[in-house]
Ligand binder design. Structure first.
Ligand code: PAF
Length: 290
């Protein structure tokens, strides 16, 4: 696996693959790789002749009081994992390469609608940062496919929309959440949890699972969400939101069948997110079970 830091070198390296019509898969990451990231690389390896991973801790997607400086940077370890997973090329540019101007003066990509509310409500500007850097990576690498985890459900929806709106000829592939044995969704931010917080964190998935099962069985939505918020708080998780949305993140209506239950919670200074897709019974089928 080659590791490249500069744009001209990276473009020149991929030129040959583009000319030969090889399928190129992109796996954008911020590093500190875990099995969730490696599942993206494995899926990319199955679908493409050239797998390009990127590691860039993108300052534009962090708010002023967020963990940009503390975000774990583990390049040597990440390189080994990527190489062992069959990645061909790692692009890991510096901030000055990606953003040659001050961040405030930089062109931005904004995806209205789908980036509002949920995490977008709690993290203003976050999805503009994600959309901008992902657009830039699409432009630099010009992949045929790009792989993202479903844990960041809203991020995936934002990226699907920007690909549609900006007419990128790129297939976006969402890969299911990889979980620890106790159900906690793998995330680089889990590393911030102390032992006591780590022991409490799986309550997020347990609660979502139980609520999703009850919703699928026909329980009343408003009651379930209210009970869920109380349950999360009782488990020592401070909820930012708990919401039921249609799979495109639009509101759930009487005719919605495919939905997703999403939550973000705070555990000390760490923010955890998770989600579970579910099938709602048709309204009127049986709603006596709340
Ligand atoms: O999901 C992430 O790791 C980041 O948001 C991404 C997509 C690499 C953009 O910086």
């Amino acid at each position: 696996m080659r590791t490249l830091r500069d744009i001209p070198e990276m473009r020149a390296t991929l030129d040959d693959s583009h000319r030969r019509g090889q399928r190129i898969a992109l796996v954008p990451t911020m590093g500190n790789l875990h099995d969730g990231h490696l599942a993206l690389v494995a899926a990319a390896r199955d679908r493409a002749e050239v797998v390009v991973a990127t590691i860039f801790v993108n300052p534009m997607q962090f708010g002023p009081n967020e963990d940009l400086d503390a975000y774990p940077r583990t390049l040597a370890d990440d390189q080994q994992k990527l190489e062992a997973s069959g990645c061909d090329l790692l692009f890991t540019p510096t901030t000055a390469t990606v953003y040659p101007r001050q961040l405030e003066a930089q062109t931005r990509v904004s995806v209205p609608g789908v980036s509002e509310g949920l995490c977008g409500g709690n993290r203003p500007g976050h999805f503009d940062g994600v959309a901008t850097v992902v657009t830039m990576l699409f432009n630099l690498v010009q992949p045929d496919l790009a792989f993202f985890g479903q844990k960041d459900y809203q991020q995936l929806a934002v990226i699907r929309r920007l690909v549609e709106d900006l007419h990128f000829p790129i297939e976006i592939v969402g890969i299911p959440i990889v979980r620890a044995e106790d159900g906690l969704a793998l995330s680089s931010r889990n590393g911030y949890l102390d032992d006591d917080q780590r022991a409490r964190a799986p309550a997020l998935y347990r609660t979502l699972r139980e609520l999703a099962d009850r919703l699928e069985a026909g329980a009343g939505r408003d009651d379930i969400l209210a009970q869920g918020l109380a349950r999360l708080a009782e488990s020592g998780l401070d909820p930012d939101y708990l919401e039921l949305r249609a799979t495109d993140l639009g509101p759930v209506s009487e005719t919605t069948d495919r939905a997703v239950l999403l939550a973000a919670v705070r555990l000390g200074s760490t923010r955890l997110i998770d989600n579970i897709p579910l099938t709602l019974p048709r309204q009127g089928d049986d709603d006596t079970r709340s």
